[in-house]
Write a protein that binds this ligand. Sequence first.
Ligand SMILES: NC(=O)c1ccc[n+]([C@@H]2O[C@H](COP(=O)([O-])OP(=O)(O)OC[C@H]3O[C@@H](n4cnc5c(N)ncnc54)[C@H](O)[C@@H]3O)[C@@H](O)[C@H]2O)c1
Length: 393
Amino acid sequence: MSVVLNNPLHRKLRMALIGGGGGGFIGRVHATAAQLDNRAVVVAGALSSNPDKSKQTAPAFGIADERAYGSYRELLDGETELPAEGRVDFVSIATPNHTHFEIAQAALKAGLHVVCDKPMTNHVAEAEQLAELVAQSGSVFALTHNYTGYPMIRQARAMIEAGELGEIQAVRANYMQGWLCGMELDPNAPRGVWKADPAKAGSGSLGDVGTHAFNLVGYVTGLRATQLSCLMRSFHPERPLDDYGHVAIKFDEAALGMIIFSQITHGRLNDLTLEVDGTKGAISWRQEDPNQLVVQRTGQATQTYDRDPAAGYTNELARDACRIPAGHPEGFFEAFANVYRAAFDDMARHAAGEAIDSRCTAYPNVHDGVEGVRFIAACQASSDVDGQWLPIA
Ligand SMILES: NC(=O)c1ccc[n+]([C@@H]2O[C@H](COP(=O)([O-])OP(=O)(O)OC[C@H]3O[C@@H](n4cnc5c(N)ncnc54)[C@H](O)[C@@H]3O)[C@@H](O)[C@H]2O)c1
């Protein structure tokens, strides 16, 4: 069996992509994921900070010359001059961290929906301004914490919400990479040079991968982190930004959490793991093996749940996140597309005149973005005072 896909809008949404030109990584992923279910089409783009590169790359995304813009400002000006039935519905922001705020703010002010990559902004005040703007505009705002889109992550979330693990006592999320090991910084690298610049990246591994782990903990458990103690270091000889850290977390319930993020662990690729301990059972999941969820209960054999939309044990939230029958692997693109799919549902509701509750969404939203930026700021402040416990505010 395969899951039936729905498109309440009965037309494709028109997407503008910002970033992704000249070998940019995640812009291409946004374009693929957004178009996976045939509910959107990339029609416009400002793909690079260099106007020539931006226009040169546009054909590779299927963007016509007249909608290949030299900058995001040109794009917003050009698109808002078009009749409503032709202009883009939303922009996807896949640019370096320091540009997210100004692009998202301008797109919301232009009346467009926004899909933005993480971390949402480099400063808490900017993140809070975006949340206010989303509330005022009524537009849809989705943040691509794409790991929330995996069916077995959704399975875990629904199981915890239904009380199947009992009370949650402890959560551990680690995001381990090793790509900085022995890496010499190359100022002419085709992509990602900005990641070593504090003024652009805002943080190192913390914002790059630690925020994904933090978001996943909240998404799966529903727990709200209130205080943290963080120690992080920059072990790279030339790079001034953090590349390893651990964060102890207290939640508003009695639960405790621990997050470790690393980009200096030899041999690790995208090793994001999540473990949750409850009074009735424990679960564990690994991003590099995303179609399986391990469930353990004392005295019982270990169970492995497969991503199987036809299996009796799969809950509705997980089933709705699957596209194809079990055994055919689904992965990164499909999970990413699930964030888009849920945002498209809200864009369709918005087009039908329904008000969107920006706090209550099936995808990571602007408020999750604010939490993520507050998390980064609190980790940096705590690490600066040798791991002192601080509120996440
Ligand atoms: N969700 C995820 O899994 C994930 C993965 C990687 C990166 N990211 C995030 O995505 C963003 C981009 O990261 P990346 O790894 O793709 O970086 P990258 O360096 O590979 O690509 C950045 C792209 O932005 C373009 N760009 C830069 N400034 C621009 C501007 N002002 N206007 C238009 N385009 C501009 C560049 O030309 C390039 O195409 C970052 O915020 C990063 O944190 C998210």
